[in-house]
Design a protein. Sequence first.
Length: 123
Amino acid sequence: MAFVLLAGDLYDGDWKDYSTGIFLGKQMGRLARHGIDVFIVPGVEHYLRLRTAAKILEEKIEDYCRKNQVPVLARAGQIFAGITLGSFKNLRDELNNGKPILLGVRPDDKEVLAEEMSDGTRD
């Protein structure tokens, strides 16, 4: 074994007694006697919990927005479909890295970013 990686907090509250710390110290000593390095990366669980929660929240917000699209955007999509003579059938918004973006929806359901539309269509 080349090394041991301990990912997470080793101590997260009050110990009822010191036997846990003594045990850990003995085991670290055993590893050291065998020339095995120990690397400790604290706080990993907290980071992973936050990143997972952020991702879930972003997906839920996007899902909510899609299901509860405001009437103004729905009406704008109808008008946009008429102005583009059916090249687009609707407009849709979504979050991209937490920022709202506007998409045009083609009749085949292909989504086009506003930046990718022609100058005339964007105007």
